[in-house]
Ligand binder design. Structure first.
Ligand code: GLP
Length: 288
C-alpha cells in the first residue's frame, strides 16, 4: 500500500516509521488485519488462540479480560467443540494460560473479579482444569508480593507465547496506566479515574465502586512475549488506536504505543476501530 504524503507535521514521523517498516519486514512494527465487525474479529482471534494452543511445545497463552474479549472466548468454546474429541482432549491436557491482571481486594468467588469472569467465560465452557488457568492473586494480603510471585510463576513456565491484549481508552494495556515505561515489571498499580470510569459497568455503573488498585503484568513481561495480538473493536477506540499505532512514537504517556517496538505484533480490529488508520497502516500482517 502506498504511503500517503504526510499532511501535518505530526503525521510526518508516523509516515517515516511506516516507510521504514515496509522497507524492513518482518521486524517493521505491528501488522493490521481489519475485519468487518466485532463478531468476525472474535472468530479470527479465537482461531489464532486455538491454533497456538494446538502447537506443540507452545509457551503459555497470555489472556485478557474486558468486553472486547467476551465474544472471543465464546467463539473459542464453539471452535474447540468442533474438533474431534481426541484433539479437544489434547488441547485441554496441554492448556496453560496466564491472565494479564486482577483487581486487588476481590476474591475469585466475587462475580466481579476477573477470576470469576475467566471461570465463567473460559474454564467452564472449555472444560479446562482450573489449575491451568492462572491469574494474579487479587486477594493476597500483600499485593506487591503476590505480583512478584506471579511474575516468578510465569517465568518458571517459560514466559508468554501469544499474548492477547485489549486496549484501554487512555491507552493502557493490561492495567499499565500512563505513564508507564517499557520495562515496567509485574506489580501492584493504582488505577486511574479514567479506567475506573471505563470499567464501572461491572460495578453497577459506579466508578467509586471499582477497586482502586490492581495487579498487572508489566510491559516487561508483555513485550517479552513471542507474539502480541492487540484486539480492538468499536468506534470509541479508533482515536486511541491510531495514536498508539501510528500517530505517536512509543512513549510512557501511551503504554500501548510500546507495541510498535515488538517484532511480531499484530492488530486485529473491526472497521469502526480501524477507521482512522485508513491509508496509513500496513495491512494484511501475517498472524504467524
Ligand atoms: C481493562 C483491562 C484490560 C482490557 C481493557 C479493555 O481495564 N485491564 O486488560 O483489555 O481494559 O477493556 P474493554 O475490552 O472492556 O474495553
Amino acid at each position: 500500500m502506498p504511503v500517503p504524503e504526510a499532511a501535518t507535521p505530526a503525521a510526518a514521523p508516523a509516515a517515516d516509521r511506516l516507510r521504514r517498516r515496509q522497507e524492513a519486514p518482518p521486524t517493521g512494527g505491528p501488522g493490521l488485519i481489519r475485519l468487518v465487525d466485532a463478531a468476525a474479529v472474535a472468530e479470527q482471534v479465537a482461531a489464532l488462540l486455538l491454533a497456538e494452543a494446538r502447537r506443540s511445545g507452545h509457551r503459555p497463552l497470555g489472556l485478557a479480560t474486558g468486553r472486547t474479549m467476551e465474544p472471543v472466548y465464546a467463539a473459542l468454546a464453539r471452535q474447540l467443540a468442533l474438533l474431534p474429541p481426541t484433539e479437544q482432549a489434547a488441547v485441554r491436557r496441554g492448556w496453560c494460560s496466564f491472565n494479564l491482571d486482577a483487581y486487588v481486594g476481590l476474591d475469585a468467588a466475587d462475580p466481579r473479579s476477573f477470576a470469576a469472569e475467566m471461570t465463567h467465560r473460559l474454564t467452564t465452557p472449555l472444560g479446562l482444569d482450573p489449575q491451568r488457568v492462572h491469574l494474579p492473586d487479587g486477594q493476597a494480603a500483600d499485593p506487591q508480593a503476590a505480583a512478584e510471585c506471579y511474575a516468578a510463576q510465569l517465568a518458571a513456565a517459560g514466559g508468554i507465547g501469544l499474548q492477547l491484549l485489549g486496549l484501554g481508552l487512555n491507552g493502557h494495556v493490561g492495567f499499565n496506566e500512563p505513564p508507564c515505561e517499557a520495562d515496567a515489571p509485574c506489580r501492584c498499580v493504582e488505577l486511574s479515574p479514567a479506567t475506573r470510569h471505563q470499567n464501572a459497568g461491572a460495578f453497577g455503573g459506579d466508578p467509586e465502586a471499582v477497586p482502586p488498585r490492581a495487579i498487572t503484568l508489566g510491559l516487561r513481561e508483555i513485550l517479552a512475549a513471542e507474539r502480541l495480538l492487540l484486539v480492538v473493536t468499536g468506534a470509541a477506540k479508533a482515536e486511541v488506536l491510531a495514536r498508539a499505532l501510528l500517530r505517536e512514537p512509543p512513549r510512557p504517556e501511551l503504554p500501548a504505543s510500546w507495541i510498535q517496538l515488538h517484532p511480531r505484533a499484530l492488530v486485529m480490529a473491526d472497521g469502526a476501530a480501524a477507521a482512522l488508520l485508513d491509508g496509513s497502516c500496513h495491512e494484511g500482517g501475517s498472524p504467524d
